[in-house]
Write a protein that binds this ligand. Structure first.
Ligand code: ATP
Ligand code: MG
Length: 466
């Protein structure tokens, strides 16, 4: 064990609350240290998010020590203490038993020493503790040295640690991307040799890990490790299959590198857009055909790709909302704006994509361009399209059937019709007309036009009540 004198830059208010908690434990003869990710991030001079604490006190004791305390994960020894309007997770020292199927620890055993608690943790850089009162880092696992060397290394034998929990290899790749660290050689080798364990990890845990990877500065770093170790073929075989699949003369990179670089280029705080960027060209793999001039074509790849993305996201248990967002962006990512687009075409585009998704689609397009090796910045035609879209929105023009100055009931009453498919046909045709010319969105004009449309229908579909 080594102790390193170091003052970590914890924001003042936070530090005061933490010390208040530690002193409360000390009064009763208990230890309490800051542990895990926050120590790692603070040593690296990054902002820390969760200030997790560990103690030798048992959950029942903690419940008595504080006024406001919630038993958030009592089975695992975790309680949340509310102090100065902030919530702190405090966990009793544990030594986790073996993981069943590489998924869950079979049993959690509380322990009395910080050292045992540290030994159950995954990587050395995540195994540091901080003595807040004496401002000392306590290091049982050479984590401090690994932080300085920028290395991710398991605590103990990597084969053993990855066999206990198959999520850890994915975490290693994620931390590599988050911190821009290397993965130590034996640790990296063990990833490839424990794929059968990772294969058993629940889809939800894999999903959460992928989302966390999306929030790192450069997800491509993580994906590269995943590809080389075989993890990618396990969790995203469709993306793995795009490696070395060349595109055509318009593209510098193969489909795989274009995908991960586009993902990097999407905003770090928009994980779902990053996921859409990652998967936007996934349909190019099965749709790739040699074209007339010998160069590859990818007809319909956006439709095929959206279907593939839907399947992937279902498999990984993403929510319906997340899936719809991603597949909508992929379906629509191929738009080609030219000066010939009329206002009607712009309105039709907004209707197809959905008003809420327009900005995201433009963001995806920019990421796609950057992922192509293009310089950043908005190409002029897209700037013009954005302006037109803004104009159309400001003019408050009709976009959906609901915005028409008429509805199905009015049509049925006026023309003495029963509910049936004809009503939808009429409304849609009226909408098409209004999209081209919003001035026509007036009830009298719409009724005239509706009459014409109905007259054009075959007699049986106009069936009126007897
Ligand atoms: P971040 O919050 O930035 O994702 P973190 O290090 O805080 O990083 P958490 O998942 O919040 O990660 O976990 C907190 C700590 O718990 C980790 O630092 C690590 O010590 C330990 N830990 C988390 N998951 C595992 C695991 N699967 N196996 C072993 N230890 C783990
Ligand atoms: Mg954390």
């Amino acid at each position: 064990m080594v102790e390193i004198d170091k003052k970590l830059a914890i924001p003042q208010g936070m530090c005061r609350s933490l010390i208040q908690i530690v002193e409360r434990f000390a009064e009763k003869g208990h230890q309490c240290y800051l542990v895990g990710g926050s120590v790692r991030d603070l040593v690296l001079n990054s902002e820390a998010f969760d200030y997790d604490l560990a103690t030798d006190a048992r959950p029942a004791d903690m419940m008595k020590l504080f006024r406001k305390v919630i038993p958030t994960g009592i089975k695992h020894g975790t309680v949340s203490v509310i102090l100065n309007k902030k919530s702190f997770e405090i966990t009793t020292y544990r030594s986790d038993g073996k993981y069943v199927d590489g998924r869950h620890p079979e049993k959690v055993t509380f322990s009395d020493t910080l050292e045992q608690d540290v030994q159950r943790r995954d990587f050395t850089i995540n195994g540091l503790a901080y003595d807040l009162v004496h401002q000392k880092i306590i290091d049982y696992v050479s984590g401090y040295a690994d932080l300085e060397k920028k290395i991710i290394r398991t605590i103990g034998d990597p084969m053993e640690r990855f066999t206990e929990d198959g999520l850890r290899p994915l975490r290693a790749c994620r931390f590599a991307a988050k911190l821009n660290f290397a993965i130590e050689e034996e640790t990296l080798e063990a990833i490839s040799r424990t794929l059968h364990v990772t294969a058993k990890v629940s889809a939800e845990r894999v999903r959460d890990e992928i989302l966390k990877l999306m929030e790192t500065p450069k997800p491509s770093v993580g994906f590269e490790h995943m590809r080389r170790t075989g993890l990618l073929s396990l969790v995203l075989p469709e993306l793995d299959a795009s490696f070395n699949v060349s595109q055509n003369r318009f593209h510098r990179y193969d489909i795989y590198y274009h995908s991960v670089l586009s993902c990097d280029a999407a905003p770090q705080d928009r994980p779902i857009i990053r996921l859409a960027a990652l998967l936007h060209d996934i349909g190019k793999v099965p749709s790739r055909r040699p074209g007339p001039n010998g160069d590859n074509t990818f007809y319909n790849h956006e439709i095929i790709g959206a279907k593939m993305a839907r399947k992937i996201m279902k498999r990984l248990k993403f929510s319906n909302e997340q899936t719809e967002k991603v597949t909508n962006l992929i379906t629509n990512h191929m738009f080609h704006y030219t000066d010939e687009w009329t206002d009607g075409a712009v309105r039709r585009f907004i209707r197809k994509v959905g008003l809420d998704a327009i900005d995201d689609l433009i963001t995806l397009r920019l990421a796609d361009r950057k992922g192509n090796g293009a310089r950043s910045g908005l190409p002029a035609p897209i700037g013009t399209l954005m302006t037109k879209i803004r104009e159309v929105i400001e003019a408050d023009n009709a976009f959906t059937v609901r915005d028409l100055d008429i509805n199905g009931n009015v049509i049925m009453e006026t023309f003495n019709l029963q509910p049936g498919p004809i009503i939808g046909t009429v409304l849609n045709e009226l909408l098409e007309m209004v999209l081209d010319n919003p001035d026509l969105n007036r009830r009298d004009l719409l009724l005239d036009k509706a009459g014409e449309i109905i007259d054009r229908q075959p007699i049986q579909s106009r069936a009126t009540p007897d």
